[in-house]
Design a protein around this ligand. Structure first.
Ligand code: MCN
Ligand code: MO
Length: 768
């Protein structure tokens, strides 16, 4: 069995020997290079743009402004339209027209013989701006008299969304109510590879190919097709090797479309590679939600009602899925892993003069988990109970599954106590508390923090998602193709960019077909390879894409069995298939290998009459529900009394993602996710000046987590299978960023308890 085995990544030998092919590695004959001029102001009128000098610069081929693109490149729309959400969506002009709405917005593009010339020529474009007052904070933007980001959107209120219901008495008559205002700060996703695009146009056929750093090429094709006015049949989007995305490469941006248009207009390929400084401003940011939470309950520690208000900063435009993160993704998960009979949420999505926000690893679920896990700790403090006991009292018990939450989601499976008990065992909880007391007596500030989370992922069950307000189906597509040699190519509509999917999918296929992993290749990230696919995000690739692969492989086996039966001159029911060998039941030695059948299927001179040639099958898989991974994370910290520095002493993660396909890759996902989550808790945070300048615009000012900050992240897992896919697998890609921030903040607040400190905003810097 390959599933469950820690197979090393098939991808690595190629990447580690420098044989990867990233977008910036592409060199096409006659290729030109683009560079974007970006607004230095957060909010300004463009009075005049003079590009003449830049156009004269030797080596410059063309300069385009917003006005040059009118009628040629359409505005880029959002994909987030939810019935019932009062939405004022603003499509994005590919290059700014009359006004710029955030520092870093693209104003013009230079296309030149090389990237240095293009970059130099940017300095020769002169733009007269008339600066306007800017607003960067969502609560200020909502106030009367605040500057308007879009003149026709009053109060800058881009969207208003509500769900759930709580009766007023639930709070008025409650024995205990705790309230807290939490700020889930703005973070800036930084994959190793910045964004990039290469576009090539064939003026004879009208066909265009865009290679770009995409997590979802088919969605990009769908949107760019409309934006560029090229039918999907003539537009090909390819994601070559992609160096990480973390959600920031889901959105459909404007630069890629502009590069495509430049290639069409100039009839030469055009490349653009984002600089890191540019990336900080031009690629979507995330989180930035002011969350006011109220939890009602009883003195014995039982929760009775939850009310949440989220005021979310959407930035200057509504990014592709920017509206989804603080609404549905966040709002439906507010009750977390607890039985809370009543719950309600309201989200105000606000335009500001900042970079648009969109998904970042977890996309709404980390914020939901943060608010519930923090308020649970504050509740425990108020009723004078150990946060562990409050959790035990309110976690949805095993017997209650399938369980419908107050927000209307169906948690179809779970065993929350199991992961909690395993985590307690791993840290030796009783002994740890005793040790904490001893060290406290010596004046040391030790804290223990919990996060018992549940996450929604595996997008998505199209019908369920449609019923709760997501529009557009998200299912998955796979073809398993067997060549005459018996070697296998698997096609998927998912688009991995670091997760190791070529390995995990090969494991799935290997178990089904009995073919060695080395004989199985994965093709992904190319709109030409399959009809439609939905990409990699929302930890959906294994649970939805992997399931499609498993089903297609089963169909291959079913067909191969019929061919084998024909060749072995028995009925199909009399054929056994195991370990890559078809054999006749009860007749030792009468057998055919999978490879032999692959050859006969393709050569086809001896097939049953009703069997078509070739050995290949497809699956379009749309699960019946989301998947709900869960777990318990425990963090131990020490706060230095003199410097305020937080040191991580221990971190234990116990996750249940159903069947684990590859424990080595899964553990890697947990390490990466936890580290990013702790990054948000302790160090990361975007900072804007009052007038909208991004002050944390380089790695000098924006602290990324570093390996030396961490103890070993200890990982354990339990396996409660998901009932909604044949693998029983749930997603693990975002569990770390979802669980870790509250575990760390709860631990630090526990450490600071002797000082009566209840809450501090992330990041928990020494200064705070
Ligand atoms: N896996 C497993 N068993 C399971 C589930 C997953 O063994 N039951 C392993 C598989 O090896 C799989 C990997 O974990 O390849 C992640 O699978 P899954 O949870 O299905 O998530 P996706 O493949 O859909 O990846 C998306 C997820 C998201 S949403 C973000 S954001 C994120 C993340 O993955 N971005 C990443 N992890 C990342 N890892 C890297 N290196 N780079 C990114 O940009
Ligand atoms: Mo993601």
């Amino acid at each position: 069995n390959m599933i469950g085995t820690p197979v090393k990544r098939k991808e690595d030998p190629r990447l580690l020997t420098g044989n990867g092919m990233f977008t910036d590695d592409m060199k096409l004959p006659g290729m030109l290079h683009a560079a974007f001029l970006r607004s230095p102001f957060a909010h300004a009128k463009i009075v005049r743009i003079d590009t003449e000098k830049a156009k004269q610069y030797p080596g410059v081929i063309a300069v385009f402004t917003g006005a040059d693109l009118i009628g040629k490149v359409k505005p880029v729309p959002t994909m987030w339209y939810v019935p019932g959400a009062d939405l004022k969506a603003k499509d994005r002009s590919p290059l700014a027209l009359e006004k710029v709405l955030y520092a870093g917005e693209a104003v013009a593009v230079v296309v030149a013989e090389d990237r240095y010339i293009a970059r130099d020529a940017l300095d020769l474009i002169s733009v007269d701006y008339e600066e306007l007052p800017a607003v960067t904070h969502q609560e200020k933007a909502l106030q009367e008299g605040a500057p308007l980001v879009h003149d026709d959107v009053p109060q800058n209120l881009a969207l208003l969304w509500k769900a759930g219901e709580v009766r007023d008495e639930a709070f008025e008559q409650a024995e205990v109510v705790v309230r807290q205002r939490l700020y889930n700060q703005r973070v800036i996703p930084n994959p190793m590879e910045t964004r990039a695009a290469v576009a090539q146009f064939n003026p004879g056929s009208g066909e265009m190919t865009i290679w770009c750093t995409s997590q979802n090429p088919h969605i990009h094709r769908m949107i760019y097709s409309g934006v560029l006015g090229i039918p999907e049949s003539k537009l090909r989007i390819v994601a070559p090797d992609v160096g990480g995305g973390f959600g920031a490469k889901i959105a459909t941006y404007t630069e890629e479309a502009v590069v495509g248009h430049a290639a069409r207009e100039l009839r030469r390929p055009v490349k653009w590679v984002e600089e890191r400084r540019e990336h900080f401003m031009a690629t979507t940011h995330a989180r930035d939600e002011v969350i006011e939470v109220e939890l009602a309950g009883k003195k014995d520690g039982t929760f009775t009602a939850l009310r949440v208000k989220n005021t979310a900063n959407l930035g200057a435009y509504l990014s592709t899925f920017g509206g989804g993160c603080p609404t549905i993704d966040f709002g439906l998960m507010i009750t977390g892993a607890y039985h809370i009979p009543q719950a309600a949420v309201v989200t105000y999505g606000v335009y500001t003069n900042t970079t648009p926000t969109d998904a970042y690893r977890g996309a709404g679920k980390p914020e939901a988990t943060f608010q519930i896990e923090r308020i649970v700790d504050l509740f425990a403090r108020k009723v004078g109970m150990d946060p562990l006991e409050v959790r035990r009292k309110n976690l949805i018990p095993k017997e209650s599954f399938p369980y419908t939450t107050a927000m209307g989601l169906l948690y179809d499976s779970g065993n929350y106590e199991l992961t909690l008990e395993k985590a307690l065992e791993a840290v030796d909880y009783q002994a740890l508390r005793k040790k904490q007391e001893e060290l406290r007596a010596q004046g040391k500030l030790i804290g223990i923090g919990f996060s018992t989370y549940v996450e929604l992922c595996g997008f998505g069950p199209s019908k369920v998602a449609g019923a709760i307000g997501f529009q557009g189906g998200v299912w998955e597509n796979s073809t398993v193709r067997v060549h005459p040699t018996g070697k296998v190519t698997v096609y998927t509509g998912t688009s991995p960019h670091g997760q190791g999917t070529a390995t995990s999918f090969a494991q799935i296929v290997s178990d089904k077909l009995g073919v060695p992993i080395e004989d199985i290749e994965l093709v992904h990230g190319d709109t030409q390879s399959i009809s439609m696919g939905w990409g990699t995000y929302g930890s959906r690739t294994t649970a939805v894409g992997g399931a499609a692969v498993a089903i297609a492989a089963d169909r291959v086996v079913a067909k191969a069995k019929r061919i084998a039966a024909h060749e072995l001159e028995v009925a199909t029911e009399d054929i056994d298939f195991a370990g890559g060998v078809f054999s006749v039941k009860g007749v030792p030695g009468r057998e055919k290998t999978f490879q032999e059948i692959a050859r006969s299927a393709n050569f086809a001179w001896n097939l049953p009459d009703d069997v078509e040639p070739s050995l290949e099958a497809q699956s379009f898989f749309d699960p019946s529900n989301f998947v709900y991974p869960f777990g318990a994370h425990i963090c131990v910290v020490e706060v230095d009394k003199d410097t305020g520095e937080v040191a991580l002493r221990k971190y234990v993660a116990v996750d249940d993602v159903g069947k684990v396909i590859n424990p080595l890759l899964a553990e890697g996902q947990v390490h990466g996710g936890v580290v990013q989550g702790i990054g948000q808790a302790l160090w990361e945070g975007a900072v804007y000046s009052e007038n909208g300048q991004l002050l944390s615009g380089t790695f000098m000012d924006y602290t990324m987590p570093k390996a030396r900050f961490f103890p070993r992240v200890e990982w354990h897992f339990t396996e409660t299978p998901s009932p909604v896919n044949p693998l029983g697998a749930k997603g693990i890609g975002e569990t770390g960023t979802t669980a870790a921030p509250p575990a760390v903040v709860n631990a630090v607040m526990d450490a600071l308890q002797p000082f009566g400190v209840d809450d501090l905003d992330m990041p928990l810097t020494p200064e705070k």
